[in-house]
Design a protein around this ligand. Sequence first.
Ligand code: ADP
Ligand code: MG
Length: 481
Amino acid sequence: MESLRDKYEVVIGLEVHAQLKTKSKIFAPDGTEFGKDPNSQTSPITLGMPGVLPVLNKEVVNMGILTGLALNCEIPERCKFDRKQYFYPDLPKGYQISQYDEPICLNGHIDIKGKRIGITRAHLEEDAGKLVHAGSSGGIAGSNYSLVDLNRAGTPLLEIVSEPDMRSSDEARMYMEELRNIVRYIGVCDGNLEEGSMRCDANISIMPKGSKVFGTRAEIKNVNSFSALQRAIEFEIDRQIEIVEEGGEVVQETRLWDDNSRETKSMRGKEDAHDYRYFPEPDLMPLQISREWVQEIKDKMPELPEAKRQRYMSLGLSEYDAFVIVEQMGLALFFDEVLKLGATPKIAVNFIMGEIAAYLKEDHIEITDTKLTPENLAELIALIEKNTISNNIGKQIIIDMMKTGEKASKIVESRGLSQISDEGAIKEICQKVVDLNPDQVEKYRAGKVQLLGFFVGQVMKETKGRANPKAVNDLMKEILG
Ligand code: ADP
Ligand code: MG
């Protein structure tokens, strides 16, 4: 397959649904919380009862505008809602309220590592309910029927449609990750792919290298993680190449990714817009979005992930560290708090990406689940900078600080961990170590200078890591001559 791949260029466009984090639904007052009892978060509007009218939730529009601005989109002065008709048991009204030809956001882009990916549009719509299929894990054991849960029906979604600008599964993944970063940092979506609060349909086609004419695309649904997205795209590229190489034609269709068998399977022929018989939603007025409204939201825009990375790099973090910390929003926000308290960035990031991240990962928790406060980490860093304790001691006590919420200065005092910087005291211990190891001293003096590390190590062991390492190094060299 490798050599065949070189003959083709891959074209990918993503349609991403982001579930907007509002308290109530887009056109109804029911709650939107995940995991409630089936059908407990419904109302006559959500159930599509005759005679009821949708009422637009203003917060949904605010979030739509905020996201559009974060994605460098234009926000037209006017947008409207349309009915998209299709029949499915999880869609009680028989139509979905969406936006067709006048969406809330147009013509944006995201830059991923220097490459610009266009965003065609983003539109608001309501989610459908959920079918719990016969025999599925969420269903009733042994049942031979499916159940419908309408809690999710009417949850606000923003569908973000990219241009077909991506050329590899890596680019698609990076785009998706950055999109997730953005919606999380601006607080409109929690970006959880596994729980389905962010969902992605990948459109994939291939064409001979150098061609300007795109091939026929297949749309892949049901990718629930970043790695699944990459696997699905890779599988689909190979499947399409095989078809074309055998003289066949790729058909336009919707395919379903199965992450267990690691293949895509045909689900249905692709519908065209006319299949949905779109028409303007008669129960909702077109929306006028004043420039003042847009400006008001613009003024509240939080720092975006790319700006954050650039700022971290200007503070001396490597590009790699900047990327890794921004991917973990809880840690980045914590880091920002610690910086505000005047902590040295490089020491702070070493603790956060080192001991702290490792501890959180092991226990599958967030930093906010621990008792560590930004103030306490900043104090610990100040102790290191003042040479009151060594970096090593800092690493030893940070876990306790997370568990107990205790201040570093208190732990240092109660356990007698402060650093020994007094030359006389260190010299004494160095001399003791030298006296105890005559053989090593002889070897050192005969030219095996690498043994310095051994001597320094012994002093650190003797002082339980409390001796100032630089002083130990200098004094040891002096004694050994
Ligand atoms: P729909 O899937 O609802 O018909 P569109 O026609 O707007 O919507 O296209 C959906 C997505 O497919 C967009 O993200 C677009 O970039 C992508 N796309 C369009 N043509 C191709 C193609 N030939 N190959 C890959 N992706 C494509
Ligand atoms: Mg589509």
